[in-house]
Design a protein around this ligand. Sequence first.
Ligand code: SF4
Length: 486
Amino acid sequence: MMNKLQSSPDKSVYLVNLGCPKNLVDGEVMLGLLADAGYTLSLDPEQAGVLMVNTCSFIDEAKEESIETILDLATYKATKAEKQLIVTGCLAQRYGQELRELLPEVDVFVGTGEFLRITEILEQKRRALEKRERVLQSDKKSGRVPSSGPTLYLGASHVLPDHTVPRIPTTHFYSAYLKVAEGCNHKCAFCIIPKIRGLQESRPIASLVAEATGLVAHGVREINLIAQDLTAYGRERRDGTTLLALLKALVRVEGLDWIRLLYCYPNYLDEALLGFIAAQEKVCPYIDMPLQHISDRMLRRMKREKSGDGIRRVVDRIRAAIPGVIVRSSFIVGFPGEREDDFQQLCDFVTEAALDHVGVFRYSQEEGTAAGTMADQVSEELKEDRWHKLMACQAEVVRKKNRALVGEERAVLVCGQDDHGRWWGRTQGQAPDIDGIVFLEQCLAESGAMIRARITGASGYDLQARCLPEQPLQQPTALDLAVASP
Ligand code: SF4
């Protein structure tokens, strides 16, 4: 790889991946395809010949971050016109037409259904730019300048690469995401994802097992399953493919230690699935299940499929079926029409249900969604106020929960050292990037090792733990020897 970098610097790629892990996997696949075509990875936008932003457009904040990143990378291009600036992902898919006018410094916009053609698209654009340069040179005297501008590649809503498509994981070597499906069949009023990514399409189990096996062969110990709606995985295939069937196949992958479930919709969490999770050591007792609200009025307006009581029952069933389960969820505050009593119900639920991890989003008014045109939008100030209040409720829950963990022993995946040289890791109850971490005292293990540690304290969302020495092999006692004697 480095040799290629040195021999063809103009084919080096600097990629910024934004948004959710599903977008991250798409970015990793693009890197894999580009590497196969002779491109190399660069960590320096100044040096790279190709600057890429894999964008997100889920909410306003994400859109702003995407645009800022594009403009930031455009400054590198301003000093070196031959660099290519490529915008991929959800923002390109959703706003490619409009952005073409607004961001002429971009060379190509590539939608979510076209990214498998990334190498061909880059080559096409390169040839077009070279041709333009030649014409420019010959027309210099006449002063005619051929028009140029971003090219759009916007096709289907998504593509779903299988295990045969190359991918370069950009996460730590011991942990990876596995995208099991793309698209979503729900119609949540606030969400633009089904319009961007289309209806759900699931990968076959065999392809996922093959990919998981390959990841494990490269040192991965933890696989995080992702989809827009993980629990609906496989249903549209109508061939018996389900999340349970997938888990049954994945637990047989040798060398894989942890399988984690992210983005579960409250449907289909039936007893068979929960029982399997409880019985299998490899499947983390961890359910990430975005619930969005608890007030029936809000849930109906959001077009969610469960009532508040339905949600409470699901949480109870999960906890009854999986001892010690860690439940993560996320909620939206300031959805149109959210009244004080709706919000109070949400605060009460967060306090009473005492979920282990909670993320809170301020509602973002999105064009093209059912909620985007609702009349009774909530002011930004009120959203902010509610966000702080709900976060404070959850902080109190976490404080109590973490305090109760002191003295407990846990398996920890050692993740490395932070900027201050402190070793840290994660338990089965801590997903990468979104949950707290465990700071480790007396850690002698390397990154990627599985160790045991005793929780000694907590600070904010994080834990502290002391690493336990390797358990010595059990020595036979005098009684054992006596019993064993003839
Ligand atoms: S389940 Fe709802 S929130 Fe999640 S991706 Fe589908 S439509 Fe969006």
